[in-house]
Design a protein around this ligand. Sequence first.
Ligand code: MG
Length: 267
Amino acid sequence: MRKTAITLAALLGAGLVSTLAAPGKVEHKETPMLPGQPWHVHDMNRPVPRVVTPGATFSHGAPAPSDAVVLFNGTDLSKWKSDKGEAGWKVENGYMEVVKKSGSISTKDEFGDFQLHLEFATPAKVEGNSQGRGNSGVFIFGKYEVQVLDSYDNPTYPDGQCGALYGQCPPLATAVKKPGEWQSYDIIFEAPKWDDAGKLVNRANVTVILNGVVMHHHKEYIGETKHGEVGTYGKPQSRGTIELQDHGNPMRFRNIWIRNLGEYDKP
Ligand code: MG
């Protein structure tokens, strides 16, 4: 026992502890470094965001403003589609629910800079762990993910937590509700901008509020969302769909609306 402790201490001193995988944890040292950060993609050694207990409600049940496009009011999926054509998720009791293997769904309409409101619930019956537990995501333009995950007492890599810009940046806090409880997301997104020559001049950025707690404020995406890789920006695209991810878990969504941000001095 004593010998083991000395060995570990020696490794710590030699700076080699990062090569050790903690029991039950996945090491991601094989992934590339994130540009401008001292962390690998999905780095388990990255600090875990502090836990904040959100208030009972924030924007839960928020009615849509007059200029919003209502994407889901609890009755039908007429504003949504999938790769297979019609959106194949279940609708009941005012919410939609992921039907496993029916695929992710995306809006039929495209949007640019926007304010999005949606509510979600992870399964009340907890199954799986880490990224296999209550996983979905809001994929802006189908490319830039704001992670949806059951992060209630569910260790995983910090840049994969609920509220993370998946694989790029953990949220500022962990502010999830218990499995099965409704949670609110308010997401403000500014699309990436390219010049006439097709050169990227502004990265996409996002402000995210989960259950009344700020996850990100004007945080830039490094590039498109990737698993285990560093994403880059592809072809110029300043408008796109909003996609909800089928990650194999029976996630629920309700009350989804979106409004274009508009521009100052352009009523
Ligand atoms: Mg996801």
